[in-house]
Design a protein around this ligand. Structure first.
Ligand code: GRF
Length: 201
């Protein structure tokens, strides 16, 4: 659904690794399933593949080494300045491996979302797919939530799930989780945009 005549919502994607969710979001934009523009990719891993993907799409990149800054507040202030300059309205965390600190949190209150590969509140934190697989769960899923000061504790926006098949390997489960993420993240961002536009009217 296109918002004819309205400016695209500018979003920033934060990633530290492969960037397949970044790619899925950008693909949804190209295919006009998502009325947004990724105005910046932020990464704390200057060599990660997400950066290559952003370059391929000519998307502006801010990458940094946290150790080059005296404190989290300092690099978050720098990021905040860049995002404000670009009128970013929504921060989309997609495999960003740092905890968001008070600086970004206060400047983008209720405007930071994250995707997590489990049905929260089960299996928060690192290695969620592995944790769930080892536990023997029969239903796997993904959660999109607002970011608060806890680890994967913010208000849930969307979830989706599937039943694991008998004998399915962890690699197969992982592939299905990522497929689900790539579908659900762009759809959910579009819903957030629609709600925000309604509020602006
Ligand atoms: C995804 O599984 C996401 O749920 C988690 O980190 C992973 C990022 O994957 N937060 P990618 O970098 O988008 O491929």
């Amino acid at each position: 659904m296109k918002n004819e005549g309205l400016e695209m919502m500018k979003i920033a994607v934060f990633a530290s690794g492969n960037g397949s969710n970044f790619e899925a979001i950008q693909q949804a934009i190209i295919e006009e399933r998502l009325d947004a523009e990724i105005a910046m990719l932020v990464s704390d891993q200057p060599d990660c593949y997400a950066i290559e993907r952003a370059k391929n799409h000519h998307i502006e990149i801010f990458s940094f080494f946290a150790k080059d800054y005296p404190a989290k507040e300092v690099y978050e202030l720098e990021i905040t300045r860049l995002l404000k300059e670009k009128n970013i309205e929504l921060i989309v965390l997609a495999g960003y491996m740092r905890i968001i600190g008070p600086v970004l949190m206060s400047h983008f209150e209720n405007r930071i979302i994250n995707i997590h590969p489990s049905l929260l509140p089960a299996f928060p934190g690192l290695h969620a797919i592995d944790q769930a697989y080892q536990y023997g769960v029969k239903v796997f899923g993904v959660t999109i939530h607002y970011v608060d000061t806890g680890i994967d504790t913010g208000k849930i926006i969307a979830q989706d799930c599937f039943h694991v098949n008998e004998g399915e390997t962890i690699e197969e489960v992982e592939t299905r989780i990522h497929q689900l993420e790539h579908q659900l993240y762009p759809e959910t961002i579009q819903k957030i945009i629609n709600t925000t536009l309604c509020k602006k009217k």
